[in-house]
Write a protein of this length. Sequence first.
Length: 221
Amino acid sequence: MTDAAERVQEFDVRGAIARVQSVATSCEAAGLAAWYLSGLAAAREAYRDGGSAESLAPVKKAIAALEAYGADRPGQAQIARLVLLGATAAAQSERDEMAVFLDEARRLEALQIAANQPGAPLISAHEASGDLWLQVHRFDDARRAYLDGSELLGSTPRILIGLARTAVRLNDPSGCAEYRRLIQWWASPGGLARAESSGEPAEIAEARGYLAGSACQPRQR
C-alpha cells in the first residue's frame, strides 16, 4: 500500500492499480483500494465515451464490490462508494447529482480524518472531487475541493497540480506559483528517485511547459 500511495502521488495511477491488484486477494485494504482506483479510472474513460451504459458497467461493478468492504457503514468503503457514485454522475455530466455525492464524500472524509481515521484509499475524496469538477469544467467547485483538501491533507502533488490547472482555467496568475511548487516537489529526493526509475510523468512536463510560457515570465517595463 505504501508503494501504491507513492505511485498515485507521482501520477502513476495505472502502476498503483497494478500494485494493489497483485495483492488484493490476500490484503483487504489492497482489495478495497483496487476496486476504488479501477472504478475511478473506468469512470474517466466512460466520460470520454459519453457516459454510455456499456462504458459505465465497470464503474457499477466496482461500486457493487465495495459493498463487501462495508460501504453501508462509516469508513473508507463508504467514502469510496460515494466518490464512485459522483464519478458516475460526472461521466454523464449530471452536475447536480455529482454535487450531492461528492459533498457527502468530502464531509465524511473530514469526519474520519478528524477522528484520526483514514479517508478514501490512496486518492482522497477531496482530490478526486477536484479532479471530477475539473473534468466537467466547474472550475470554482474544483478549486474549492482542492483548497479544502489542502487544509485537511496538506499540499499533495495531486492537489498542487489541481490548483494550478484550475487557476489557469480561471485566468488566475497563481497558476504559475502552483506549478512552481509542483516542480519544487519533483526536485525533492523522492521525486528524483522516481524520475530515475520510471521517467518524468506528463504532469511534470505540463508544469515545465506552462512555466516556460509567456504567462509566467516577468513583465517587461
